[in-house]
Write a protein that binds this ligand. Structure first.
Ligand code: SAH
Ligand code: SF4
Length: 400
C-alpha cells in the first residue's frame, strides 16, 4: 500500500490500474476513473458519481488530483489568447497559454519553472532555472485548458468565417466557445465575418493541439515530458493524436539522439535554430557552446533518418541580427537535403533584451529565399497574445 498520496495526473493508465489493485479495490474501475480525470476533468473524487463509494474512499485516502489553482487569468485583446498563471504545490508558479486558431484550440504548456538555457532574447531564460516540473504538473496544465473549454460553452456561440478565404472556421461551436464569450474582438473582428448560432446538441469543445513551447526546455526534463505525452495521447482520456503535439527544443543533442533511438509516439519535433553559424548561434543561444551546431545538425539528421519525419526549425527573427537574405541562404545551405520546415517568429519583446522584431517585408524576403531558392517550406508565425506577454519567449513569472 502506498504511503505518500499519489497525484493521479502522474500516472499512466496501466499505473492507475496497478494503484487501484494495490489499494485493494477492483482495477476494473480504472477506465471510469480515467474518464472522470481526463474527459470530465473533475477536480475532486466526490464528483466521480459513477465510481463506487468504496473506490472513491480509497482514492481520497491515498491519492490526490493535482489540479493547479489559477492565480491569474488574462485575456488578450486579440480575442484568441488566454494566459493562466498557475500555482504549484511548493508555491512556485508557471504559465500556460490557450490559443485559438481557426477551428482548433492549442495549449502551450510549460515543462520547467524557469529555464537553464539562458537564450538572451527569452523571458524564461532571463529568469533562470528553478526546477523541473513533474509529469503531473505538465499534465495538469493540459487538463486545465480542457476544463476551461468545458466550462466555457455559451448558450450561443460565434462562428468564424474567414473573410479572405471564405472558409468556415469549423463546425458550429468548434471555434465559438470563447471563455469570455467574446471570441472575436478588436482588429480581429475586422478580418472575420461573424455569425451567431447555438452549439449543436452534444457539442463538446476539445483541446486539439499541445505545444511544449511554454516555460522551460522539455528535453532537459526528458522523462517527465515523455510520460506526459503518453498521458496526453491515451485514447480514452484527453485523446490527442500524437501528430497534434509539438515539442520544441533549443537543441539538447543527447535528447534528440535519444528520440532517434527510442520508439516514441510520432509527435512533431521543433528545433530552435536562430543562426546558421556556430559563432552567431552561441552569441544568442548559450546552450550552443555545450552542443555545437555541427553536432546538433548531425543529431537532427540521425533523428530524421531514424523516424522518417521532418523537423520544424524555429528561427526568431531579430532585426539586423539574423534576418538578412544572405543569412537565409546560409540556413538553406545548412539544412541542405534534410526534411525540414522553417518557422519564422518575429522577436517578441522581453524586458531583458532590447532587440527589435524583423519587419514584415524583411521577414517575407527571408521566407522567399527559403522557399524559392531552396525549396524549403517556411511560415511566418502569427503574433498572438503580445499585449498580455503570452507570445513565444514571453512567459515568465514575477518574483514572489
Ligand atoms: N525551450 C524550448 C521551448 C520553449 S521556447 C525552445 O527553446 O525551443 C519556444 C520558442 O519561442 C522557441 O523557438 C524560442 O526560441 C522562441 N522564443 C524565445 N524567446 C522569444 C522571443 N522573445 N520572441 C520570439 N520567439 C522567442
Ligand atoms: Fe529556455 Fe527555450 Fe527560452 Fe531558450 S528559448 S531560454 S531554451 S525556454
Amino acid at each position: 500500500m502506498p504511503t505518500a498520496p499519489r497525484n493521479l495526473y502522474d500516472l499512466t493508465r496501466p499505473e492507475l490500474r496497478a494503484l487501484l489493485g494495490s489499494l485493494g479495490v477492483n482495477p476494473a474501475h480504472t477506465g471510469r476513473v480515467w474518464r472522470y480525470l481526463y474527459w470530465e476533468c473533475v477536480e475532486q473524487f466526490s464528483a466521480m458519481d459513477e465510481v463506487p463509494a468504496r473506490v472513491r474512499a480509497a482514492l481520497t485516502a491515498h491519492a490526490t488530483i493535482g489540479v493547479l489553482p489559477t492565480a491569474v487569468e488574462t485575456d488578450s485583446s486579440d480575442g484568441f489568447t488566454r494566459k493562466f498563471l498557475l500555482g504549484l504545490p511548493d508555491a512556485e508558479r508557471i504559465e500556460t497559454v490557450l490559443m485559438r486558431f481557426t477551428g482548433r484550440v492549442t495549449a502551450c504548456v510549460s515543462s520547467q519553472v524557469g529555464c537553464a538555457m539562458g537564450c538572451v532574447f527569452c523571458a524564461t531564460g532571463q529568469m533562470g532555472y528553478t526546477r523541473h516540473l513533474t509529469t503531473g504538473e505538465i499534465v495538469a496544465q493540459a487538463v486545465h485548458v480542457q476544463r476551461a473549454l468545458l466550462q466555457s460553452v455559451p448558450e450561443k456561440c460565434h462562428v468564424l468565417r474567414d473573410s479572405f478565404t471564405g472558409a468556415s472556421g469549423g463546425r458550429v461551436g468548434a471555434v465559438g466557445a470563447s471563455p469570455s464569450g467574446n471570441l472575436v474582438a478588436g482588429a480581429a473582428a475586422a478580418r472575420h465575418a461573424v455569425a451567431e448560432a447555438r452549439p449543436a446538441a452534444g457539442y463538446r469543445p476539445r483541446l486539439r493541439n499541445i505545444v511544449l513551447m511554454g516555460m522551460g526546455e522539455p528535453l532537459h526534463n526528458f522523462d517527465a515530458v515523455m510520460r506526459a505525452i503518453d498521458i496526453f495521447t491515451d485514447g480514452t482520456g484527453l485523446g490527442l493524436a500524437a501528430d497534434r503535439i509539438t515539442l520544441s527544443t533549443v537543441g539538447v543533442v543527447p535528447g534528440i539522439l535519444r528520440l532517434a533511438r527510442e520508439q516514441r509516439k510520432p509527435f512533431h519535433l521543433a528545433v530552435s535554430l536562430h543562426a546558421a553559424t556556430q559563432a552567431e548561434r552561441a552569441a544568442i543561444v548559450p546552450a550552443a557552446r555545450k552542443w555545437p551546431l555541427d553536432e546538433l545538425m548531425a543529431a537532427c539528421r540521425a533523428y530524421s533518418e531514424a523516424t522518417g519525419r521532418r523537423i520544424f526549425y524555429e528561427w526568431t527573427l531579430i532585426e539586423g541580427k539574423n534576418d538578412s537574405p544572405e543569412q537565409a541562404r546560409a540556413v538553406g545551405r545548412l539544412l541542405g537535403d534534410l526534411p525540414a520546415q522553417v518557422n519564422l517568429i518575429p522577436l517578441n519583446p522581453t524586458q531583458g533584451y532590447d532587440g527589435a522584431p524583423t519587419r514584415s517585408e524583411a521577414a517575407r524576403k527571408f521566407q522567399d529565399v527559403l522557399i524559392h531558392e531552396f525549396g524549403i517550406p517556411s511560415t511566418v508565425r502569427q503574433r498572438r497574445g503580445i499585449d498580455i506577454a503570452a507570445g513565444c519567449g514571453q512567459l515568465a513569472v514575477a518574483e514572489k
